[in-house]
Design a protein around this ligand. Structure first.
Ligand code: PHE
Length: 350
């Protein structure tokens, strides 16, 4: 190859470069061009490698020509970059408008979410607050009086059996328990709040159950309590039906069946349409079309007496059910133990 041939090779490379660079539309195109023309394995470098095959006296001039082309191309690329960078930035801004976190690499990856049970509790609170209820809380460690006695559960009642309750080694022997239900909060609310009362009381409860698909040892309940003049069983049924439809949607309805609780009279269990089969009957609901959710009834006069409410003037209803159980039905979770096992892969899927 002589100098003339070299010049024409170089000018054809340059011509090709000019043609291609006119079509560059992004930083990525520009980078491709840089790598094809002026990288270590680019077209210009390939010509440079042929230098060794040229007559020695030609080499300085040839080197100069090749270097000059490389510099021209590099300068051209450098000049094109800022405008393309700005265009890319504008595009990112437009794509992430209103969401600055998307600009921070990885900002979304570690973001957690509230546990399903917590989300369910918040939804329930929203529904009942919308119906005019207040939200109240009480302690998880209770005296026997609040957890049992004031609720008309006397000493010999089987619900007090050590099989169900965790007794604590605090104060007098067998006097303190981890609450076995949220009903003791009813008692506290009636003691501490002015009448009338329209309140819900969510919280953790504890039972010495063996964990299985439908039970865990620590779980959550939500209690409802209404005390006012002229409250009837009809108000109770209407409140439960209202909440069921708000939470599950119009396909799911509720019904009450006679039951027994020491602290309500009359008492009922409330059931909702089976969420799996929508009432037609399946294994989950033992082919009845209904699933039991919780207990309810009219506040027992003995409970009113324990907290000094005049049961001649006031009446009321109470209900209670498991929040975990409710979430299990709504999300069709086959085994409730997943809710306490802290497996992030599962928890982030519900
Ligand atoms: N406390 C009862 C339970 O844990 C539920 C209930 C609450 C029943 C209020 C009636 C009234 O099973």
């Amino acid at each position: 190859m002589d100098l003339e041939e070299l010049s024409s090779t170089l000018s054809s490379i340059e011509g090709e470069y000019r043609g291609r660079s006119a079509a560059v539309a992004s930083l990525h195109d520009l980078e491709t061009l840089r790598s094809e023309f002026v990288s270590k394995k680019g077209k210009v470098a390939l010509v440079y490698r042929q230098l060794g095959a040229m007559p020695a006296e030609m080499r300085p001039k040839a080197g100069e020509l090749i270097n000059a082309l490389r510099e021209r191309i590099e300068a051209d690329i450098a000049a094109a970059a800022p405008a393309l960078e700005e265009a890319a930035r504008q595009e990112r801004l437009a794509a992430t408008a209103g969401d600055p976190s998307a600009l921070v690499a990885g900002a979304r990856r570690g973001a957690g979410r509230l546990h399903l049970v917590t989300r369910t509790r918040i939804q329930l609170e929203d529904i009942f607050v919308g119906m005019g209820f207040t939200v109240e809380e009480g302690p998880e460690v209770e005296s026997e009086w609040y957890n049992f006695e004031a609720l008309n559960i006397p000493k010999y009642h089987p619900a007090r059996d050590g099989q169900d309750s965790f007794y604590l080694n605090l104060g007098e022997e067998d006097s303190m328990v981890l609450r076995t239900h949220t009903s003791p909060v009813q008692v506290r609310v009636m003691q501490n709040r002015e009448l009338p009362i329209y309140a819900i009381m969510p919280g953790r409860v504890f039972r010495r159950d063996t964990a299985d698909a439908r039970h865990t040892v620590g779980f959550h309940q939500i209690e409802g309590l209404v005390v006012d003049k002229g409250i009837t069983f009809g108000h109770l049924a209407g409140t439960i039906e209202n909440f069921t439809r708000e939470y599950f949607g119009p396909d799911i309805t509720s019904r009450l069946r006679p039951a027994y609780f020491p602290f309500t009279e009359p008492s009922a269990e409330f059931e909702i349409t089976c969420t799996i089969c929508k009432g037609s009957g399946c294994r989950t609901c033992s082919h009845t079309g209904w699933i039991e959710l919780g207990g309810c009834g009219m506040v027992h006069p003995n409970v009113f007496e324990a907290v000094g409410v005049d049961s001649e003037e006031y009446s009321g209803f109470a209900f209670g059910f498991g929040i975990d159980r409710l979430a299990q039905m709504r999300w069709e979770i086959p085994d409730m133990r997943v809710l306490t096992e802290n497996d992030i892969r599962y928890l982030s899927s519900v």
